[in-house]
Design a protein. Structure first.
Length: 288
């Protein structure tokens, strides 16, 4: 496939690009600076994109996002929201206007679209939440509708916490009670999933690219520390997390989301690293 990738230099994109290339795909990058060979220009904040350059792709993968601040304020929430809507909307409308449209648009969303649900198992058919994070993700997914209306197959990836080399360096202890469910995915697994949804014509709409084995936060922290041979970090009480991070602590850290990849499993995806231990060993480069 000839694939256009937005967010190629990010944490996820930097794994997706070489993986897709290794599988024989031709990958071009959507960038915000002067483009070179294999690159196409866009500036979502200014509403600018090289419409002619978008012609002729088989698939488009949109992973681009702004860095998130450590604490949400009214201003930062507005920036986060506007960035998601402007990028999704600009790209979806531009692709819808192409003479030769891509067959598929794979667009990053997030697990925060689901509410804090305790021990309840969440699938792509579960109700969405009502807080800022859910509102932001819902409107981001809705912004891709011009592409769907134009006949492009759109997949909204509701991405959880991603295990990567950098994330493994954080010596985290239990967060809050530690009972809340943590949904996760290996970064390299996510690259495989993205190729799978690009190629699988029957997949469209929301898809949970998560391990089929979520774990409680306390187990996640203990497993990570044990396998990497280090002492667990200090437990962080819920009140302290709320004091430091405010609303974001409740939405991203203390909320319990026991998410499963129902649609991927139904459509025949076979996980490379279904268990947390295997994923940590792989991402840390540990041979067992």
């Amino acid at each position: 496939m000839k694939i256009l990738l937005a967010g190629a230099s990010g944490m996820i994109g930097s794994a997706v690009t070489p993986y897709l290339t290794s599988q024989g795909h031709e990958v071009h990058r959507l960038i915000r600076r002067q483009p070179g060979a294999g690159e196409i220009y866009w500036d979502p904040e200014a509403g600018q994109i090289d419409n002619f350059g978008l012609e002729g792709f088989d698939g488009v993968v949109h992973l681009a996002s702004m860095p998130w601040p450590m604490r949400w304020t009214t201003k930062t929430k507005e920036l986060i929201y506007n960035n998601r809507i402007s990028t999704n909307s600009l790209l979806a409308k531009a692709l819808a206007g192409c003479q030769r449209k891509p067959e598929v648009l794979v667009c990053a969303s997030g697990m925060g679209i689901y509410p804090d649900s305790g021990d309840q198992v969440l699938t792509e058919d579960s109700p969405v939440g009502t807080d800022f994070l859910a509102h932001f993700q819902c409107d981001g997914e809705a912004a891709t509708k011009p592409a769907t209306a134009a006949g492009i197959r759109v997949v909204n990836l509701r991405i959880p916490g991603v295990l990567s080399g950098e994330s493994l360096k954080r010596n985290m202890g239990r967060m809050g009670s530690g009972h809340q469910w943590t949904s996760w995915i290996s970064r390299d697994e996510l690259a495989h999933i993205i190729e799978h949804v690009l190629m699988k014509d029957s997949l469209r709409g929301p898809v949970n690219p998560v391990s089929p084995n979520p774990v409680p936060n306390a187990e996640f922290s203990a497993t990570l520390s044990s396998l990497l041979g280090r002492k667990p970090g200090l437990p962080m009480p819920a009140f302290l997390l709320r004091l430091i991070l405010g609303e974001m602590a409740e939405a991203l850290i203390l909320a319990s989301r026991r998410i499963v990849p129902a649609r991927l499993l139904t459509e025949g995806y076979s996980f490379l690293f279904p268990n947390l231990e295997d994923a940590i060993y792989h991402e840390a480069g540990i041979t067992v």
